[in-house]
Every structure is written in structure tokens, then in C-alpha cells.
Design a protein around this ligand. Structure first.
Ligand SMILES: NC(=O)c1ccc[n+]([C@@H]2O[C@H](COP(=O)([O-])OP(=O)(O)OC[C@H]3O[C@@H](n4cnc5c(N)ncnc54)[C@H](O)[C@@H]3O)[C@@H](O)[C@H]2O)c1
Ligand SMILES: [Zn+2]
Length: 677
């Protein structure tokens, strides 16, 4: 390569990498895989080594990837927060071991730790009390996110033992467990919000929220793995000892850590976890290998970007090749059509995979998929594997390009599909006549989180629909007039029918918010339903509300508001609601707020102060209690939340701030209430 060519390529790579860094760190929405990112970074490193005249001190190879935003206080780190050099190959790990040996001789040991796939955080403790939490930022300074970090249950606010230095910094990784990710991400999809691609992005996006109550709603966890303090070397000889001590002070330290005497032992650890990681409740993307002894660490020192005494070995995302046999299209209860790839069964990350998600038409087009293609399938953060690409060398000459259907794939429907501008998903608009939509809506209505009708299951709904007894949700409440027909049906005994009818009657006591959720209005998930119920108080007020009025409710966006007004504008829905009302369902919140409505605030303490917009202080008190919360008369270290309204006393505010108590708005309080774990 000529120097002129190198200069062009260096500039190109620099521009690309800076953009990827921005998408990854600031937006938490990467557009390239980590592996490909790392390959590009290595290419740049290599070119800068060959053509040092083009090395820019601002190059992405010289700097820690940054996430500083304008929204938080910027804080300088006492000790810089660096990155780690990384490798994907065993040989490079052995090369690292060689370099270490050359510098410090043969007498040393490594500590191996899991490389948690989250975001790094630095916590400062003064006299055993958490004072400050700062993101890595550019390594020199980061965003101060203390209030958000205080919502993480595993991070102690105050240490209960003694023996720690007066002032220390402890660093670790904030992450989200896969199960919480799946649950919350599905909620987002249900509510029409952009889902996150994986738990890391969800955690990174969460820690940068302005609203601590929303952060509290998203369970984050943390493992700590570095201790810094003045004269640390007098307290401990090595990293391992510090980890044991840190654990005894009450910090969460991962148990899957090992001391290794040789690089071969390190490789055994690496290989064990390559498979073992699938059994963890959280994602790891590799193993971190650290020279244990503090003195030897000092001898080895740092580069501009990372310590020379540590390296990370990263696992490639597991990918397999298999045959795409066909694509099927599923119609959901909201009419959304989802293409699913049917694959020749193949073993991937410990399970046999037969199907993979294809998301939507754009994705099929992007991949230029043909039936009979050999495709690469990968498991990312989600449980359902994804088709990542096509091995074009294996495409049979007669393979047919996939043509997305223009009409509903349901044989009994066949309605032309529609796609709203700006949306990727196709819908079947025939909501009153398309069988999977009719059945799906009723199945959603009776489901556990909705009306929770005992004695009635998904199969019952299907059977009764086929028998012509059920067409829409209101028919469920008329089933009691069809006992004769029901008893004659196969598989139904007298007892199970009585059981089901009793369950149906009992469901009439379900509170308004459950009914509202059960209706299955597009984008109205459980949380949104609760918010709407609390705000509008009854179905008539909600049905009469304009799009603007609905949008004015805290955290309800345009898409949801539009979907709600569309729903109520439909006369079929209005008639159904009228009939549900006649059947005696709860279509308003019960005015007696003092009764127990839920336990989303159970065990939490509150002080309310100031003047509020939506509720009086008495009403707020009653609401907090009805969700299991407790009110305290004054601010103390025990307090969980200060709910602040207008014109709140400055002394209270100052005291709460000093004690680091999360201060939340009325809207955020309602949000907390609406959330159920
Ligand atoms: N896909 C993209 O667009 C994109 C963009 C930028 C960066 N990235 C990815 O991020 C990497 C760069 O990020 P980075 O600088 O944070 O490096 P890194 O994530 O590869 O390694 C350093 C980080 O590992 C974390 N870590 C986890 N467990 C640890 C443990 N036990 N001990 C010590 N540290 C531990 C720390 O947060 C530390 O900051 C790239 O190599 C790339 O894979 C991807
Ligand atoms: Zn249809």
C-alpha cells in the first residue's frame, strides 16, 4: 500500500469508527457487530504502525470510547478509567503471556474473571457511604449518574462493616439479567416503543435516563472488579486479596473467578466458559485476564488506552450455518404479520434451533433471502435466534427469491396487507374477520395478566370459536345462556363447564385497568393501561378524550394516543363496550382509593412535599398506601423516595440531596405505582 492510499484508508476508518463509537456509547444502538468493529480497529492500528506519520493523537486507537453527554454533571476521574486490549485468538493470548514474561519474569500468577457485557461504572465511597457514581466517559472524565445508580439494589448505599479505607473508588460493570431484559423489552414492543437489541444496550440506555424512577423500574445489577485507593499497596499485595476484601465489605463480586499459575490454566478457564456462559443468567462477552500482583502491575504499566498487565479474550458470537427450508407468516392478535424462517434443525449455543426470526419484509429484502439458501444463524441477547446472512457460495442455481405476501396469509382471510408509512411491519386490516386476530384477541382477553379467567384456556377459545359460540370478547359473558350446547361438546364435562362459567362471572370484579389492558388496544400494554385508567378514571372519559389530551399523560406518546383514539372511534368497539358495561364489568376505577390496589410500592417509604398537578396531597397519600407504600413524616437516611411537587421547601430538598435520596415527580410516582414486577 502506498502512503497516499494508506492516508485515505486511515481517514476512512477513523471516520467510520468514530461514528460507530457514537452509536454504541452515546445512543446505545450499535449498527455493527463487536467483532467487525474490533477487526476495523485492528486494521487501523496496523496501518498507523506501518505509517506512523499519519498517526493522529485523536485517533480511535488512542482513546477510550466515550459516552459523555450534556445531560449530566461531568466529573473528572481520580484514576483514569481505561479500556482493555482484546483478542479473539489463543495465539494472541500466548503472545500476551510472552510479553508479560519478558517484562517481569516467570514468577507471577493471573486472575481470570468473566467479562460482563454491560457498562463500566466507578463508585466513590467516603467513610463507607456512596458519594458518587460516574460512567467511564472518555476515560478522563465521565457522566455523574449517582441518583440512577442508587436504584440498583445490589450496590450498598452504606457499608455495614469496618476495615475499608476512608476514601476509595470501586469499579465494576452494570448489567441487566437476561430474564429482566426479555420481560421489559417485550413490554416495550407491546407499547410500541423501540426495543433494545440486547441487555447491554438496555442497561447502557437505562443508566443515562433523566428519570430515576424509570431507572428503578428497570432492574439493573452490578459486579465490582477493581479497587482504587491511596496507598492501596499497603492494604493489599494483589488484586485477588482486594477482591476478597471488597466482597467482605458487602459488594457484589462474581464468584466465577480463578487464580491461574500459567497461560494453559488460563486457556482452560477460557474454554470452560465458552460453553458455560450459556448457563449464566446474564451475558458475558469474554474473559478478562489480569496479572495479580500490584507490584508487577506497576512494572508493566499502561499504554494510552489500556493496562499492559491485563487483556480480554473475547468470544465470537456463536454462529452456525443451516438450510432455509421455508418461510411461514404468522398473524398476531393485532394483525401484525411476522415472517419466521423454518430451518433444517441445527445445534446452536446448547439448543436445537429449527426456527429463526426474520422480523419483517425489509429484513428479508436486506438479506436477499432465497428458499434453499444456506444461512448464518446467530444467538444474540435474545432467546430467539436471528438469521444474520447468507452463504452465497452455497446458493442452488434454481433457488427462488422470497416474495413477501401482498395478502393476509390466513386461508380464510386473504385481505390485502397494509403497511403504515414509517413502519416496517405489515398488518392485516381485517380485524373483525381474520381468524387468528379474532381468536388471538379473545385469548389475550382471558389471559393471566388480563381478565385471568379461571377454567378457560387458549384451546377452549379456539374450540368455541370453531363451534360458532364465540366471535368477540362480549360473547364470553353470554356463554352462560348456552349451557345446553356446551354440554354436548366433546371433551367438556358438566363440571368443567360450571367451573369455566364461574370463572367468567368472577372476572367481572377485575379492576378497570385490567379490563382496559384486556381489550387489546394496539400499543396499550399493562403499564400504559394503568396510566390511562389512573388518569381518565373511566372508559367514557377515555373514549371522549382527544389525541392531544391522551398525549398529555406522562410518557404516553403520539403512537399510543393515536391507536387509542382510533380504537374508540370504531363503532364496533363502542358497541362491544356498551355490552360489557351491561354485563357488569368494571369500566371505571373504584373511587375508594384507600383499598389495596396492588403492591408495586410494597416496602417502600415516601415523603410528599409541595403542591401537585393531578392529585391533592390527601389523594396521593391514599394512593401510595393503596399500593403498599408507607408515608414517613420526615426525611431520614431510611427514606426511599421524596415526592416533590411545586413550591417545596428548600430545606427539605437540601436534606434529601445531602442524604442522596431519590427525588421524584408526581408523574414518576404514578409510573412507579403502575409498574408490577
Ligand atoms: N458494535 C459497535 O458499534 C461498537 C462500538 C464501539 C465499541 N464496541 C465494542 O466495545 C469494545 C470497546 O469497548 P471498551 O473499550 O469498553 O472495551 P471492552 O468492552 O472490550 O473492554 C473493557 C471493558 O470491559 C469491562 N469489563 C467487564 N468485565 C470486566 C472485568 N471482570 N474486569 C475488568 N473489566 C471488565 C469494563 O467495563 C471495561 O471498561 C470494542 O472492542 C467493541 O467490541 C462496539
Ligand atoms: Zn387476515
Amino acid at each position: 500500500m502506498s502512503p497516499a492510499e494508506a492516508a485515505i484508508r486511515i481517514e476512512e476508518l477513523t471516520r467510520e469508527l468514530n461514528e460507530y463509537n457514537y452509536q454504541y456509547y452515546v445512543l446505545a444502538k450499535p449498527t455493527i457487530s463487536d467483532y467487525n468493529f474490533d477487526q476495523k480497529l485492528k486494521e487501523l492500528e496496523e496501518l498507523e504502525r506501518l505509517f506512523p506519520q499519519f498517526l493522529d493523537p485523536d485517533s480511535p486507537t488512542q482513546k477510550v470510547g466515550g459516552d459523555i453527554t450534556q445531560r449530566f454533571n461531568t466529573v473528572r476521574h481520580r484514576w483514569p478509567m481505561l479500556s482493555l486490549s482484546n483478542t479473539y485468538s489463543e495465539q494472541e493470548l500466548r503472545d500476551f503471556d510472552e510479553r508479560v514474561r519478558k517484562a517481569i519474569g516467570d514468577d507471577f500468577e493471573y486472575v481470570c474473571e468473566l467479562k460482563f457485557d454491560g457498562l463500566s461504572i466507578s463508585l466513590t465511597y467516603e467513610n463507607g457511604v456512596l458519594k458518587q457514581a460516574v460512567t467511564r466517559g472518555d476515560g478522563i472524565q465521565g457522566d455523574e449518574v449517582t441518583a440512577n445508580v442508587r436504584t440498583i439494589k445490589s450496590i450498598p448505599n452504606r457499608l455495614k462493616v469496618s476495615g475499608y479505607p476512608d476514601l476509595f473508588e470501586i469499579r465494576g460493570e452494570i448489567f441487566m439479567h437476561r430474564a429482566a431484559f426479555e420481560r421489559l423489552n417485550n413490554e416495550r414492543i407491546e407499547n410500541g416503543e423501540m426495543p433494545y437489541a440486547n441487555p447491554r444496550n438496555f442497561a447502557a440506555g437505562t443508566i443515562k435516563l433523566q428519570d430515576s424512577a424509570e431507572v428503578a423500574r428497570r432492574p439493573l445489577d452490578c459486579f465490582l472488579y477493581f479497587l482504587y485507593s491511596d496507598k492501596r499497596n499497603r492494604l493489599f499485595d494483589n488484586h485477588w486479596e482486594s477482591l476478597q476484601a471488597v466482597k467482605s465489605w458487602g459488594f457484589p463480586v462474581c464468584e466465577h473467578t480463578a487464580r491461574c499459575a500459567s497461560i494453559d490454566e488460563v486457556l482452560t478457564f477460557v474454554n470452560t466458559w465458552e460453553q458455560g456462559r450459556h448457563g449464566l443468567s446474564y451475558d458475558i462477552d469474554g474473559i478478562v485476564i489480569k496479572v495479580n500482583d500490584y507490584g508487577q502491575q506497576e512494572e508493566l504499566g499502561f499504554t494510552a488506552k489500556s493496562p499492559r498487565w491485563a487483556i480480554s479474550y473475547k468470544y465470537k458470537a456463536e454462529q452456525v450455518e443451516t438450510l432455509l427450508q421455508s418461510v411461514s407468516y404468522q398473524v398476531g392478535r393485532t394483525g401484525a404479520v411476522t415472517p419466521v424462517a423454518n430451518l433444517a434443525p441445527v445445534l446452536l449455543a446448547g439448543t436445537t434451533v429449527k426456527r429463526a426470526s426474520l422480523h419483517n419484509a425489509n429484513e428479508i429484502e436486506r438479506l436477499d433471502l432465497h428458499i434453499g439458501d444456506t444461512v448464518y444463524v446467530e444467538k444474540g441477547g435474545e432467546i430467539i435466534p436471528k438469521v444474520m446472512g447468507v452463504n452465497l457460495t452455497k446458493r442452488p442455481p434454481e433457488a427462488q427469491r422470497i416474495v413477501y405476501p401482498v395478502v393476509c396469509p390466513e386461508p380464510e382471510c386473504g385481505t390485502p396487507l397494509v403497511r403504515k408509512t414509517g413502519e416496517a411491519v405489515h398488518y392485516c386490516p381485517n380485524d373483525e374477520g381474520c381468524p387468528p386476530q379474532i381468536v388471538g384477541r379473545m385469548q389475550h382477553f382471558i389471559s393471566r395478566k388480563a381478565m385471568d379467567i379461571e377454567g378457560m384456556g387458549n384451546e377452549t377459545i379456539e374450540t368455541l370459536f370453531k363451534q360458532g359460540l364465540l366471535h368477540n370478547i362480549t360473547d364470553i359473558y353470554a356463554l352462560k345462556h348456552h349451557r345446553e350446547t356446551l354440554v354436548k361438546l366433546e371433551r367438556f364435562g358438566q363440571k368443567s363447564i360450571e367451573n369455566m362459567l364461574a370463572g367468567i362471572e368472577k372476572s367481572k370484579d377485575k379492576p378497570f385497568e385490567k379490563v382496559l389492558f384486556a381489550l387489546g388496544i394496539r400499543y396499550v400494554g399493562e403499564t400504559i393501561a394503568k396510566k390511562l385508567a389512573l388518569h381518565f378514571k373511566n372508559v367514557d372519559a377515555l373514549a371522549a378524550a382527544s389525541k392531544m389530551e391522551i398525549e398529555s399523560v406522562y410518557e404516553i406518546g403520539e403512537r399510543i394516543a393515536e391507536s387509542v383514539t382510533e380504537y374508540f372511534a370504531n363503532t364496533v368497539h363502542r358497541e362491544q363496550l356498551e355490552r360489557l358495561k351491561q354485563h357488569g364489568l368494571q369500566l371505571a376505577i373504584t373511587e375508594q382509593v384507600s383499598e389495596r390496589r396492588g403492591d408495586s410500592l410494597a416496602g417502600k417509604t415516601f415523603v410528599i412535599s409541595g403542591v401537585f398537578e393531578q392529585y391533592s396531597r390527601e389523594e396521593l397519600t391514599a394512593l401510595i398506601e393503596s399500593y403498599g407504600g408507607k408515608l414517613l413524616s420526615s426525611i431520614s437516611a431510611k427514606l426511599d423516595y421524596l415526592v416533590a411537587g411545586d413550591k417545596m421547601g428548600p430545606a427539605k430538598l437540601a436534606k434529601a440531596e445531602k442524604l442522596g435520596i431519590p427525588i421524584i415527580s408526581e408523574a414518576a410516582l404514578l409510573e412507579l405505582m403502575a409498574h408490577t414486577d
